[in-house]
Design a protein around this ligand. Structure first.
Ligand code: ADP
Length: 242
């Protein structure tokens, strides 16, 4: 590889290629809704419980139900064991996932209730928050929670001077040549094509960022197809290599 220039991806993918994806709905029969979403070495599962009356009572909203998201990585989801329980990172990811999902969930028919979404990552190779959001959106739809539209999520970004889609762990954290790497998780709504979440970790110019958002929109169309297929085919497998 030319020094400082990222011309060939570690795993041979094209710069705009998503890792092989698969999705499944109805993986936890006792839950109100459940789904899994995998990309490459990253696996996410999401379980939905509710709407249930929210306790303590002083937290209830008489005008609407509330969405509560909890994200966690399993202890052996990465090579080094992760300490179970909340961390600053898991709290942040829970909150941003809650914001993204809240932009399409309408709980006005369920005052004083809570809908809980539990996202767990059994295996991590970067992009866990976006895989978790993809799984959670499917699990909410499976639970019959009213949604104005679906959402799909992808990590896009820049490695040295090259724009890429769906960074893996090597690209996200282990590539330090040239300008290093910039990871941008993006969430796109299915119909209005709005950006429901964008986080930026690194350095990028405004024209490059605009191109990254366009790349995310194209990738999210492909992800939406996988999510929709899985929802049509509840309890079945849905594999896709694009
Ligand atoms: P995301 O998983 O959404 O890309 P980060 O950018 O924070 O979120 O993390 C990138 C990747 O780094 C994770 O997907 C995982 O593979 C790895 N990782 C995160 N936290 C840890 C940790 N505590 N120990 C080892 N690896 C971790």
């Amino acid at each position: 590889m030319a020094e400082g220039l990222y011309t060939k991806r570690n795993d041979g993918r094209k710069m705009d290629e998503i890792r092989p994806m698969s999705a499944k709905v109805g993986i936890v029969p006792s839950a109100d809704g459940s789904a899994s979403f995998d990309t490459g070495g990253t696996k996410a599962i999401a379980v939905v419980r509710g709407p249930r009356t929210l306790h303590p009572q002083h937290m209830q909203n008489p005008k609407t139900g509330i969405l509560r998201v909890s994200y966690g990585m399993m202890p052996f989801s990465v090579e080094d064991r992760i300490r179970p329980g909340p961390s600053r990172r898991s709290e942040e990811i829970s909150k941003v996932s809650e914001w993204a999902l809240s932009s399409v969930v309408d709980l006005s028919e369920f005052p004083n209730t809570v809908v809980d979404v539990f996202i767990q990552i059994p295996q991590a190779d970067a992009g866990t928050r976006v895989a978790g959001i993809n799984a959670a959106a499917m699990a909410l739809a499976h639970a019959g929670i009213p949604m104005t539209e679906m959402i799909s999520a992808i990590g896009v970004g820049k490695i040295d001077k090259t724009l890429v889609v769906d960074l893996d762990k090597y690209e996200d954290s282990e590539y330090h040549d040239g300008e290093g790497s910039t990871d941008i998780p993006v969430v796109i709504t299915s119909r209005s094509k709005k950006v429901a979440l964008l986080q930026l970790d690194g350095k990028i110019s405004i024209p490059e960022l605009k191109q990254c958002i366009e790349n995310a929109k194209v990738a999210c169309e492909k992800i939406l197809k996988v999510q929709t297929e899985a929802l049509k085919n509840i309890n079945g497998d849905n594999e896709n290599d694009k």
